[in-house]
Design a protein around this ligand. Structure first.
Ligand code: SAM
Length: 213
């Protein structure tokens, strides 16, 4: 998803630093200070326009949420939702998710969500996929030992790649759904923007996997 540059984005981000971090490396080991309460931290990498992370934060006040997004204009749109919601357990981070292990401490994070990540279908771009082994190395470092990676996609190719990569990495599968929307796992499902757009066009795939049993 590429979004055209919005001239208001810079100023809006600057004016709402209460809700967004633009210097994540300065918060390593101190993320709890961004929130009202010290409680488990769940992150979404590639948060897009923020629908999922805002709904999750409303639904789970017992968890602190961080939405990470690389594109400035996209995160500025998410920021509008976050400012309006004004929740004590929700923050955004404008940065590249490839650096998560440089700005989160070891085992600081309780869940990694990857929703409708860019598929990067060309083999030469495989390293950019958020489920590639290099990303898994980072997730393993920042996640608590009993914490999951939760992944949803409508892209069959990315789903198959991710199943194989997780398996080769030695991860354990807790859930593998080939059709989430027609499954028993819909009860607590929180929809993302992409999910809303694409679930009528074909199946949604979901994986919940752990690094340790
Ligand atoms: N998760 C949202 C949803 O399900 O509606 C957005 C999905 S969109 C296809 C993927 C998003 O991931 C884009 O906004 C893109 O900018 C972001 N993204 C891709 N690579 C990223 C990275 N390395 N770090 C942070 N965000 C990334």
């Amino acid at each position: 998803m590429r979004v055209r540059n919005k001239p208001w984005a810079d100023g809006y981000i600057k004016d709402n630093q209460k809700y967004i971090v633009t210097d994540p490396e300065n918060w390593i080991g101190k993320w709890s200070q961004r929130f009202e309460k010290e409680q488990p931290i769940h992150i979404e990498i590639g948060t897009g326009k923020g629908q999922f992370i805002v709904e999750m934060a409303k639904k789970h006040p017992e968890v602190n949420f961080l939405g990470i997004e690389i594109q400035k204009t996209v995160i500025a749109i998410a920021l509008k939702k976050v400012v309006e919601a004004d929740l004590p357990n929700l923050q955004l981070v404008h940065t590249d998710g490839a650096g998560v292990d440089t700005f989160f401490g070891k085992h600081e994070i309780d869940t990694v969500y990857l929703n409708f990540s860019d598929p990067w279908p060309k083999k030469r771009h495989a390293k950019r996929r958020l489920t590639s082994p290099t990303f898994l190395d980072s997730y393993k470092t920042i996640l608590k030992e009993d914490a999951p990676v939760v992944f949803k996609t409508d892209n069959r190719g990315l789903f198959e790649y991710s199943v194989i990569t997780f398996n080769n990495y030695g991860m354990y599968f807790d859930l593998l759904s080939l059709d989430l929307h027609n499954s028993e796992y819909m009860e607590d499902n929180v929809e993302t923007e992409y999910e809303h757009k694409f679930s009528s066009k074909g199946p949604i795939y979901k994986i919940v996997a752990y690094f340790n049993k």
